[in-house]
Design a protein around this ligand. Sequence first.
Ligand SMILES: *Cc1c(COP(=O)(O)O)cnc(C)c1O
Length: 388
Amino acid sequence: MILSQRLDKLPPYLFVEINRKIAEKKAKGEDIISFAIGDPDTPTPEYIIEELCKAAHDPANHRYPETAGLHELCQAITRWYKGRFGVMLDPSKEVLPLIGSKEGIGHISFCLIDPGDIALVPNPGYPVYCMSALLAGGEPYFLPLTEKNDFMPDLESIPKRIANKAKLLWLNYPNNPTGAVADVVFFQKAVHFAKKNNLAICHDAPYTEIAFDGYRPPSLLQIPEAREVSVEFHSLSKTYNMTGWRIGMAVGNSQIIDALFRFKSNLDTGIPQAIQKAAIEALTGPQDGVARRNTIYQQRRDRLIKALNDIGLRARLPKASFYIWARVPDGYTSVQLTAELLEKANVAVTPGTGYGSAGEGYVRLSLTLPDDRLDEGINRLVKWHKAR
Ligand SMILES: *Cc1c(COP(=O)(O)O)cnc(C)c1O
């Protein structure tokens, strides 16, 4: 038996490696505090679970769903976008529910990239942008996100010959892993760049609802011309603590949405209907839980940022997302610091290089662990620093 060469392009998925190392330590009976994984620690709100249970009992939801998703769900997504961003969408042409947004992010490369084409990919960035371009036979061209540029890609610096071969620009704000945010002025520039170079923008936006100090992150689709060239990925995972249920959506340009639908209809048969019903409830039900949950993240952010800066892991205060992007102290690489913290402090963080070469010099810490664990993690980091 011979596996396809396509698979040779894939390095081990970052978190698989980290989880394996943590599991090894745990197997030895050690208690590890993990800041490494971005996965909400608080449960899915009760009203959403109640709808899920009710829908699970209805035999209508036991049968095959449709790839296009329930029309009711597309309508709920449309209403949510209008209410939250003032963006009007056509629920039958501009909305496609996904089995979690990662699924759509992976598959869309196959709709936009032919062998030899270029995808413009932020570095550091969510690994799926690069991997799906490679799987589709394309080449990533990396756009460095640096502290000097406030973690925004410098679109003007992309060589003409690269822009000509590029079919797709990936953006992700609020950003994972840097916690950076983008304003509508930047989005306007990106749309102009995409139109000039005849390429599509995919904006991955699962963190627009995780924001602090009253800040409200915008949607790319607030730019009037954006839907001529763009789709935006969104997810219920981070907004409603629903990572385990697997539901998200792509919205925007109807031609790209239709392409993704046609591709997906040959691979999957949609999202379990009970989960779609729960998603409708999440989007249309009371939204005050989101702000309450953000208050929890904000308090954790403030405690962790202070501690990190005190011990020489310099970090900016993120306005959104649940990540802190901290500089490693002099004398360490990202991987060396990660290994030392795991070894000596029993604290897990993610090395910045896991998100690309430009992540060197940083580690990422997630705020998705219970308060008492976060505080114990801080204690261990302080103790490690003092003994250093
Ligand atoms: C969490 C995350 C996603 C994936 O979310 P799902 O909808 O759960 O698949 C996509 N992009 C980024 C940047 C993320 O951090």
